[in-house]
Ligand binder design. Structure first.
Ligand code: 4AD
Ligand code: MG
Length: 462
């Protein structure tokens, strides 16, 4: 029996419900007369109180058990006479499956998140991280449910790629060339032709370009997979490896894209609130006071929509002094983004129509000649949760963009341009950073604490 079920079980009128549970001891309190073990198997936030009387075989060994030990316990589930729990398990048999060495790093006291990051292989056995990873799992399953119900096809885009979708040059190189002494050509440059794929390849920063080609055939698709950024920003919101959800829809424009994003984020928050109520109650109490009330409100009310130009005006009018000055044509910094969504508008906010110079090549040019049909969704506490756009579907416009950008070569993107040559159609999509969503839904403040084994600059362990 899973401990979650045991904790919910109705005790029959004759008073006896025999069952067996397996889990890891969170605490062990031993006495001559009785030993109490708090047992958790990850199936619920709550642990099951196991009461071991001295008649049980090997009682002496049981009294010496320490936190972290793996146990299989048979017994009778009874109404608990103690306060704070409905039921407890009166043990008749305790099998010590795996003893924990007393050096087990997770002791009863509360450990700091920084310490627990060094124990990423064990931290899932704590209250906080058990809750984080249950919510993460529920959200991931809900992503597939959301898009599946709307008729989107799930597409697996490649992890190894030759294209830099975002054009930011933040790619990890994939190579089989010897590190110390790579083959060189006559000019002394590293000879990529001798590499595995006979050209430079990288870990993908986004599945979008491949996703677009599938949308122009299957109409509505989404990807959900790992993406990689060799971005040297050591913040609580950036990871070098993170998961991204990227829907792409043919026959839709930027407004439709924003609507899909809004529906999607609201559906995800409802999943967390409804399917993970016990875990959310914990986050609300211990991690982020008022979380449940805030998320409930966000899941009900409309998101705001403003243009980039309006955002710049609002920031200038606010009179607030920022570390980075606000200026039309420059990127909004995290401090600006958070100020807009937290202080000025007080709710999730779409900022649309950014200057073309600061956005990626594939975004559709607006008629004003200055901006593109881009959108970012900003949310309180996180900042940018989503980035998306309507795509430039006009071949002549895309060709002129390629002609004017020295980093883009028509040869490399010939396959992409084919979609514009052969039956092009309007389409739009976005990318949502899954870890940022988990942070938003749980109130956890560091991206390193919502992904099982975080990769960040100078950190790749486990
Ligand atoms: O804004 P980005 O770079 O957009 C794209 O990659 C597009 N190709 C998406 C699309 O239109 N299909 O990234 C999208 C989202 C961001 O809004 C952010 O939530 C997340 O991905 N993200 C990161 N999350 C964690 N760590 C990082 N280093 C991230 N970089 C982006
Ligand atoms: Mg972005």
């Amino acid at each position: 029996t899973k401990i979650a079920q045991a904790l919910q079980a109705e005790i029959p009128a004759d008073g006896a419900l025999n069952l067996r549970v397996k889990g890891w001891a969170r605490t062990v309190r031993s006495g001559k007369k009785v030993t109490f073990i708090s047992l958790n198997d990850g199936s619920s936030f709550g642990s099951l109180q196991v009461v071991v009387p001295p008649e049980v075989d090997d009682y002496e060994a049981i009294t010496h058990l320490t936190t972290g030990s793996a146990l299989s316990v048979e017994g009778e589930l009874i109404e608990s006479p103690a306060k704070g729990q409905r039921v407890e398990l009166k043990a008749t048999k305790v099998e010590i499956v795996g003893k924990a060495d007393p050096s087990y790093p997770l002791q009863k006291k509360r450990h700091g998140f920084e310490f627990l990051r060094e124990q990423a292989h064990l931290r899932v056995r704590t209250n906080t991280f058990g809750a984080v990873f249950r919510v993460r799992s529920a959200l991931a399953q809900s992503v597939h449910r959301f898009f599946g119900e709307r008729g989107f096809y799930y597409i697996h885009t490649p992890i190894i790629t030759a294209s830099d979708t975002e054009g930011a040059g933040e790619m990890f190189r994939v190579t089989t060339l010897p590190v110390g002494d790579p083959p060189r050509d006559d000019e002394g440059a590293v000879d990529d032709k001798q590499d595995f794929f006979a050209k430079p390849t990288f870990l993908t920063v986004s599945g979008q370009l491949n996703g677009e080609t599938f949308a122009l055939g299957l109409s509505d698709i989404y990807t959900f997979g790992p993406t990689f950024r060799a971005e040297n920003s050591n913040t609580s919101r950036h990871a070098s490896e993170f998961w991204m959800i990227e829907p792409e829809m043919a026959w839709h424009d930027l407004d439709d894209d924003c609507q899909l994003a809004e529906d999607f984020v609201k559906a995800m928050l409802k999943t967390a609130l409804e399917d993970c109520a016990e875990d959310l109650a914990f986050f609300d109490k211990r991690i982020d006071k008022g979380l449940i009330e805030r998320l409930t409100k966000v899941a009900e009310a409309d998101f705001a929509r403003i243009t980039y130009t309006e955002a710049v005006e609002l920031l200038e009018k606010s009179g607030k002094s920022f570390e980075f000055p606000v200026e039309w044509g420059k990127n909004l910094q995290a401090e600006h983004e958070r100020y807009i969504t937290e202080e000025i508008l007080g709710r999730p906010t779409f900022v649309v129509d950014y200057p073309k110079e600061i956005k990626a090549f594939y975004m559709r040019r607006n008629d004003d000649g200055k901006t593109v049909a881009a959108m970012d969704l900003l949310v309180p506490k996180i900042g940018e949760l989503i980035g998306g756009s309507q795509r430039e579907e006009r071949l002549d416009v895309l060709e002129s963009i390629f002609a004017s950008d020295p980093h883009l070569s028509v040869e490399d993107y010939d396959w992409y341009l084919d979609t514009r040559r052969f039956g092009t159609a309007p389409h739009a999509g976005f990318g949502l950073g899954f870890e940022r969503l988990v942070m938003y839904a749980t109130g956890m403040e560091n991206i390193r604490d919502v992904i099982p084994f975080p990769r960040t600059p100078r950190t790749c362990e486990f």
